[in-house]
Ligand binder design. Structure first.
Ligand code: 5AD
Ligand code: SF4
Length: 479
C-alpha cells in the first residue's frame, strides 16, 4: 500500500524553528530566564508529545518549573479517554485564573486530545477566558508559531480543526528521564472500539518511516538510555500504510540489532493484530523485554462484539497460551473496562473468568465512561452505578489476590533489574524494574541510577517487590 499520511515538509519545520529563534531573541535579554510549566495527563503518547513541546520551549530559551505561579508559560497537555481526567483538567485550568490574576502576562495553553473535541474547545472558548492558546494533537508541530503570535498580538488562538493526521519529523525533544525513553513508531488509530474517543481525536493510523525510528533508537542507545519503549495506539498495525513491505515484528528485530545495553518494550498491542510472528520475534530477540501489555477489555463475547474488538475470549486465551509456550516467563498486563453499556453482572462474570484463566501480573481497570460522539455513548446502559461499582470492586479484589500471589513467587529469587530512579522513602531510596517491568524498591547509592544490578527479592505485596542489591564486589575467597 502507498504511504497515505502527509509528511510535514522539512521547510515547514525549519520555519517553526525560526519562530523559536525569534522568541529566544525576545527571552535572552530578560534579567532571568523565563520558566515554563508543562503538565501532562493521560498516556505515554502524551508524555512523548510533552517532550517535544519541552524541546521547542528549550529552543526558545525557557527553563522549566513545576510551580504554576513561577511560570511565564503554562501548557496543560490533556487526555480525553475518560471523564475523570477531563474533570481534573477543567478543575486545574479553572484554578489558573488566580495565577493569571497575579501575573497578567502569563500565557496559558491547552493542548492534547481533549482540545480536539469540538464541544470542549467551545467550552474553553466561552467559559475559560484566561486561556490564551488551544491546539489539538494535529497542530502540535506548529506550537512555536502560535506562541509567537500570542507574544506579538495577545489575541486568543484556537487551532483545533479536524484532520486525519500528519507526521512531523525534526522537532527537538527534551526527555524527562535520562534512563528510559519513548519512541513513537506510529500515530492515530483505525480500530474504532465503540467506547473509545481516540480515533476521533488522534486521526488515522500513520507509521513513521523505519529509517527515522531506527536512527532515533541508535542515538538513544549511544547516549546511554537503558530502556526504550516503542509507542503507538496499536503498534501491531505498524507499516500497513507504508510503501515498504515492513511490519512491527520486522521493526522490533531491527531495533534489537542496534548496539548497546538496553531493553526494548512496546505498547499498545491490539489482540486482534498480535501475530505468531510477533511472538516468535519477541522470543528470539534478547533485548526485547519478556513483557506484554495486551488489553482484553472484557471477557464476554457479546460485550467484546459490542465493543468492536474483533476477537473472542477463546481467541484471546489462545493467544496467551501460544505466547506462554514461546516465552514461559512472560509478564502479562491488560486493560479492563467494567460496566460497558448493556453489560450484565452475569456477562461481567466472564471477565472474572478470564482473569482466573490468564492470571495477569497486573491490570489497569476502568469503569466505563461515556464519550461524546462514540457509538457506545448512544447505547442503552441500564446497569446502575452501584451495580457497576460492586462489579468493579470484585474485579479489583480478584486481581489484587492474583498480583500478590504472583509477586510472592519472586521472594528469594535474584533478578536483574534496571535501577531507574530515586524515591523519598529513606528505607528504600531507589526504585528499580525487573525485565518484566515489575516495580522493585531497594536501597543503595543514588549513583546507581541508570545501571543494571542483581537484586534479591526479600518481600513483596500486591503492588511491588522489595529487595536487596547484590554486592558487585567479588565474594571473599573461602578459607
Ligand atoms: N471508558 C473507560 N475506559 C476507557 N478506555 C478507553 N476508553 C474508555 C472509556 N470510554 C480504557 C481502555 C483502554 C485504556 C487506555 O483506557 O481500557 O485500553
Ligand atoms: Fe481506542 Fe481501541 Fe484504538 Fe485502543 S485500539 S485507541 S481502545 S479505538
Amino acid at each position: 500500500m502507498k504511504r497515505t499520511a502527509t509528511l510535514i515538509s522539512p521547510e515547514e519545520i525549519a520555519l517553526q524553528r525560526e519562530y523559536c529563534t525569534r522568541i529566544l531573541e525576545m527571552n535572552q535579554p530578560l534579567p532571568e530566564k523565563p520558566l515554563a510549566f508543562v503538565d501532562t495527563y493521560g498516556c505515554q503518547q502524551n508524555e512523548a508529545d510533552s517532550e517535544r513541546l519541552r524541546g521547542y520551549l528549550d529552543e526558545m530559551g525557557y527553563g522549566f518549573t513545576q510551580d504554576e505561579n513561577a511560570a511565564a508559560v503554562i501548557i496543560i497537555n490533556t487526555c480525553a479517554v475518560r471523564e475523570h481526567a477531563e474533570l481534573r483538567v477543567l478543575g486545574n485550568v479553572g484554578a489558573l485564573t488566580h495565577t493569571k490574576r497575579k501575573n497578567p502576562n502569563q500565557i496559558i495553553c491547552l493542548c492534547g486530545c481533549m482540545m480536539q473535541e469540538a464541544h470542549m474547545a467551545e467550552k474553553i472558548k466561552q467559559s475559560f477566558r484566561h486561556v490564551d492558546l488551544v491546539f489539538g494533537p494535529h497542530a502540535l508541530w506548529r506550537f512555536p508559531e502560535f506562541l509567537w503570535r500570542i507574544h506579538t498580538r495577545r489575541g486568543r488562538i484556537f487551532e483545533t480543526t479536524d484532520d486525519p493526521g500528519s507526521i512531523a519529523e525534526g522537532i527537538p525533544v527534551v526527555r524527562q528521564n535520562g534512563v528510559k525513553a519513548w519512541v513513537s513508531v506510529m500515530y492515530g488509530c483505525n480500530n474504532f472500539c465503540t467506547y473509545c474517543v481516540v480515533p476521533f481525536v488522534r486521526g488515522r493510523e500513520r507509521s513513521r518511516a523505519p529509517g527515522v525510528i531506527l536512527d532515533e533508537i541508535r542515538e538513544l542507545a549511544a547516549a546511554g538510555y537503558k530502556e526504550i519503549t516503542l509507542l503507538g495506539q496499536n503498534v501491531n498495525s505498524y507499516g500497513k500504510d507504508l510503501e515498504e513491505n515492513v511490519d512491527f515484528a520486522w521493526l522490533l528485530e531491527r531495533a534489537n540489532e542496534v548496539e548497546g545495553e538496553f531493553l526494548l518494550r512496546f505498547m499498545t498491542s491490539h489482540p486482534k493484530d498480535a501475530s505468531q510472528g510477533l511472538f516468535e520475534t519477541m522470543a528470539r530477540c534478547e533485548k526485547v523485554a519478556p513483557q506484554l501489555h495486551l488489553p482484553v477489555q472484557a471477557g464476554n463475547d457479546r460485550v467484546l462484539k459490542a465493543m468492536n474488538r474483533g476477537y473472542t475470549s477463546a481467541g484471546y486465551l489462545d493467544l496467551v497460551s501460544r505466547l506462554r509456550a514461546l516465552i514461559p516467563n512472560i509478564v502479562l498486563t491488560s486493560d479492563i473496562i467494567v460496566g460497558f453499556p448493556g453489560e450484565t453482572t452475569e456477562e461481567f462474570e466472564d471477565t472474572l473468568e478470564i482473569l482466573k484463566r490468564v492470571e495477569f501480573d497486573a491490570l489497569f481497570t476502568f469503569i466505563y465512561s461515556p464519550r461524546q460522539g462514540t457509538p457506545a455513548a448512544k447505547m442503552d446502559d441500564p446497569a446502575s452505578k452501584e451495580e457497576k461499582a460492586a462489579n468493579f470492586q470484585r474485579l479489583i479484589d480478584l486481581q489484587n489476590e492474583i498480583s500478590a500471589r504472583k509477586h510472592a513467587a519472586y521472594v528469594g529469587k535474584t533478578v536483574r533489574c534496571l535501577i531507574d530512579g530515586t524515591s523519598e522513602d529513606p528505607r528504600n531510596n531507589l526504585s528499580a524494574r525487573t525485565a518484566g517491568n515489575r516495580l522493585v524498591h531497594v536501597s543503595g547509592d543514588p549513583s546507581l541510577v541508570g545501571s543494571y544490578r542483581d537484586v534479591t527479592i526479600t518481600h513483596a505485596n500486591t503492588w511491588a517487590l522489595f529487595g536487596e542489591l547484590r554486592s558487585t564486589e567479588p565474594m571473599p575467597a573461602e578459607t
